[in-house]
Write a protein that binds this ligand. Structure first.
Ligand SMILES: [Zn+2]
Length: 139
């Protein structure tokens, strides 16, 4: 198929649009499709759940639900980070006690290295949850 054929086909599709769309939508509804509150990212038409698959009837294409998974991830991330920060804080406490009780140079070196990396982990976690918090308040 040549490029002109393709663009002609595209133009025909656009003309077919509205009537055809409504017909396909009622066909889908009759065959048990469910209209969802979500919209197609391409054409903003409501999406339909057809036999467990998410489809845009206007685009006549399956749609992958990405947004929702992102939201789930964003919602649980601050909790995970809080748990991480609590664990790091608890370990820092234990390590500080060991640090106070030792004068062994090799042990002091190991302890301070471990403490330093835990502290930077804590900072990274804080930064990340700050960033997530800012992103969430923006949307
Ligand atoms: Zn669409």
């Amino acid at each position: 198929m040549s490029e002109t054929d393709k663009s002609r086909l595209g133009a025909v599709r656009a003309v077919v649009s509205e009537d055809d769309y409504i017909r396909r939508m009622s066909d889908a509804l009759r065959s048990g499709a469910k209209m969802l509150s979500e919209i197609c990212p391409v054409c903003n038409s409501p999406l339909f759940e057809i036999r467990g698959e998410l489809r845009c009837i206007r685009c006549d294409k399956p749609v992958v639900r990405v947004q929702e998974e992102d939201e789930v991830l964003v919602a649980s991330t601050p909790l995970i980070l809080t748990r991480l920060e609590n664990a790091v804080t608890a370990k820092l406490d234990i390590l500080t006690n060991i640090l106070m009780g030792t004068n062994e140079p090799e042990e002091l070196k190991q302890l301070s290295e471990t403490i330093a990396s835990l502290i930077s982990l804590f900072h990274k976690s804080r930064e990340l949850s700050e960033k997530l918090r800012r992103e969430q308040t923006q949307t």
